[in-house]
Structure formats: C-alpha cells, structure tokens
Write a protein that binds this ligand. Structure first.
Ligand SMILES: *Cc1c(COP(=O)(O)O)cnc(C)c1O
Length: 382
C-alpha cells in the first residue's frame, strides 16, 4: 500500500506542501497569526469588509434570539424555517427570477445542481478555468464533459455544435462558467456566451461568486451589469465573499427549483443552514443593495484602481510561473508585513503559480499604498 508519508514528501519536493495557519484575531484587513505576528491582509474574499462589521455581528446576534441557532434537520424533513423561505423569496426578487434555493455553501450548490440537472447522455461544457466545484459537479453528474480554453467563445460554439449532434431530442446541454474568474479576476464575455448557448438551445449556469455584491446595479452581479439577467437560466453564487457570511444559492425558474428539491443531493441530504445565518444574510442583502453598499463598492473600486487601474474585479493576480517564484514572492511580502497567498497547482494550472491579491472596501488607502510600495520592491528583486 502507498505510504502517505511518501506522498507528502513528493508534494514537499514539488513546492506544493501546504499548511493551515490559524489567525489569532478575527478576519479583517489587519490580522495576527498564531505567533502574534501582525499583517496587512490582502488574501480574503471579504470584498466589502463586512465579515466582522458591527452591523453584521449585531444582526447575527439578534437573529439567533429570534430564530434560534440551529436548524435541526434537512430542509425536506422539518428544517425549513421562516428565514430560509424569506431569504429565497428575497433572492429571487433580487435576481429577477421566479424562485431561488439556498445551500450550505457555494461548493454544495454546484455539486448539487449540476448532477440534479444533467446525467449520462447529456453534455456539460465548462470554461477551462472554472472553479473546482463546477468541475466536481459536472463529474458527479455522469454527463459528458467538454472544456473550452478560457473565455474562447469560438471553441465554445464548436463544442455546442458537437453537443447538439450527440444528445437526443430529450438530451440536455448545459454551459457553466463564472462571471469573474476566481484566480485571474477577469470577466467572461457574457453576452457572447449567451448568444452561443441560445443558438444551440443550451442552458447556462453562471457562477457569480466573485461578482455578487461587487458588480452591477445594486451589486447584483455581472448579468445585471450587462442587462442580460433574464437570459441566464441558472444564477449561482455564494454568501461567503462580498456578503461576508457563508452559504450558497441558485436562482432560476420555479420548475427548475422544484426539480432541485427532488434531486440535488447536497440539498436533500444535508442539514439546513442555521436560520440565524439565513436571516442575517437577508439583512445583509438589504444593506449591500442599498446606499451603504453602493458607497462600499465606490471605496472598493478606488482601492482596486490604486493597484491595477484596468482591473475588472478586486482580484489582482501577479503571475510568476514557478511554484518557487510564487512562494519566494509571498515570503518577501510576508517579511514586509503583508499577507498575500502564493496560489499554486492544482488551484491554477501548472507553470502559472501566482500571487493573488484581493482588495476590500475595508482597506484604508494607506494600507493599499503600503502594499503598492512592497510590490514595487518585489518587482525590483525579480
Ligand atoms: C468560492 C467559490 C465557490 C464556493 O463557494 P463557497 O461558498 O465558498 O463554498 C464557488 N464558485 C466560485 C467561483 C468561487 O470562487
């Protein structure tokens, strides 16, 4: 039998060994690690700086008092509580869809939704840089998978044509992509993707994990920014990034959501999210879509522009290539008191190891200038 020590050793040799580094403080833009070393944090996805805001904490506490801490059962048994229904109604309204369904995480959403809608004989077409949860969901489904090079709509079209010739009249073709790509921070050419899927009679699932709360009117996402919300079949996302909490969602037609209740295994066989959490998310959505959210997005974009004027998201990658180069760069920044993760295979393709800088409305301008200085020093040492 394989020895797990050997497996860990070979990860070590490839520069792929990882470890958990607990924070000694709550999440934030200035944090301390276990050894009490303090850092400016440019590695979280808390784009609006909400995870530990006074309001979020207050709403969570109040919600526990009103709705209770735990849900006690899965949604279909007796775990559907008033806040779950209320949040789903609010989400459907926000996304301009008939219905919505919430899950315990974004990962659980994708791995539930894709196998619920597609099976052997169907085709799922994915962007090469799609998040692991979309790939895992597609694999679990048993459908045939086709991958197109990142944002390559011509190749997507040819996959769609091929898929049409493969599936019978009852067969489903589903395209899954992200609105903002998590490790590159670029946007998908959404309107072209939509035209292509419409022509082929395919469904589109759009993962707005990094765009929800960040892009578009009221922070409703890229589909809203492009004015094509009604042409996306399934809107998916998470409450763990800009919303600063946790949980996943999918929005679409009433029939589609009804089908998911019967078939999405991560929904059926998992305890419902804490009702207090769902109630807090709903309040958070009011804030995010309102004037305070708009102001926070203004601050966020000002911080992003300071580092990368052309960036289409708060995710700014610095691609360095080798694992060693990325690790050395992260270490250099660490010595300057700045935490930026070195992202390596398998999160990104081999040979594209990088620093992944994420900005937040919670960063002060001074903090961002400190990062900018450190990055300039890094460029000099390369
Ligand atoms: C983070 C992320 C997810 C997973 O969401 P969680 O709620 O953290 O499980 C899904 N898709 C993309 C693109 C993500 O970046």
């Amino acid at each position: 039998m394989r020895d797990s020590r050997d497996e860990l050793r070979s990860l070590e040799e490839e520069g792929l060994r990882r470890e958990l580094r607990p924070l000694a403080t709550p999440q934030g833009t200035a944090i301390e690690l276990e050894n009490r070393e303090s850092f400016l944090n440019f590695s979280s996805n808390d784009y609006l700086g909400r995870t530990n805001s006074a309001l979020w904490k207050q709403w969570f506490q109040e919600s526990i008092e009103i709705h209770g801490a735990g849900s006690g059962a899965s949604r279909l048994v007796c775990g559907t509580l008033a806040p779950h229904v209320s949040l789903e109604t609010r989400l459907a309204d926000l996304k301009r869809t008939e219905a919505a369904l919430t899950f315990s995480s974004g990962y659980a959403t994708a791995t539930g939704v894709l196998p619920a809608l597609c099976a052997k004989g169907d085709v799922i077409i994915l962007d090469k840089l799609s998040h692991a949860c979309l790939i895992d969901g597609a694999r679990l489904s048993g459908a045939t998978m086709r991958i197109f090079p990142h944002n390559d709509v011509a190749k997507l079209k040819s996959h769609l044509q091929w898929a049409r010739s493969q599936v019978g009249p009852e067969g489903r073709i589903l395209v899954a992509t992200e609105s903002i790509f998590s490790m590159d921070g670029d946007a998908c050419p959404l309107e072209d993707v939509i035209k292509a899927k419409e022509k082929a009679g395919a469904l589109l699932l759009l993962d707005e994990a990094h765009a929800f709360g960040v892009l578009g009117p009221e922070g409703r996402g890229l589909a809203a920014a492009c004015g094509v919300e009604d042409r996306v079949d399934l809107h998916m996302g998470t409450f763990s990034k800009a919303v600063g909490l946790s949980g996943g969602y999918v929005c679409g037609s009433r029939e589609m959501m009804d089908l998911l209740i019967h078939r999405a295994r991560s929904f059926i066989y998992s305890t419902a999210p804490s009702p207090a959490l769902s109630a807090t998310i709903e309040k958070a959505l009011d804030w995010i879509t309102g004037p305070e959210g708009e102001a926070a997005r203004g601050t966020l974009w000002a911080r992003v522009r300071e580092i990368e004027p052309e960036s289409s998201s708060p995710i700014v990658p610095r691609i360095l290539g080798s694992n060693e180069a990325a690790l050395a760069a992260a270490e250099y920044l660490r010595k300057s008191g700045i935490l930026v993760p070195a992202i390596r295979y398998p999160t990104v393709p081999r040979g594209t190891a990088r620093l992944r800088i994420t900005l937040s409305a919670g960063h002060t301008r001074e903090q961002v200038l400190e990062l900018k200085n450190a990055l300039a020093g890094l460029d000099l040492t390369r």
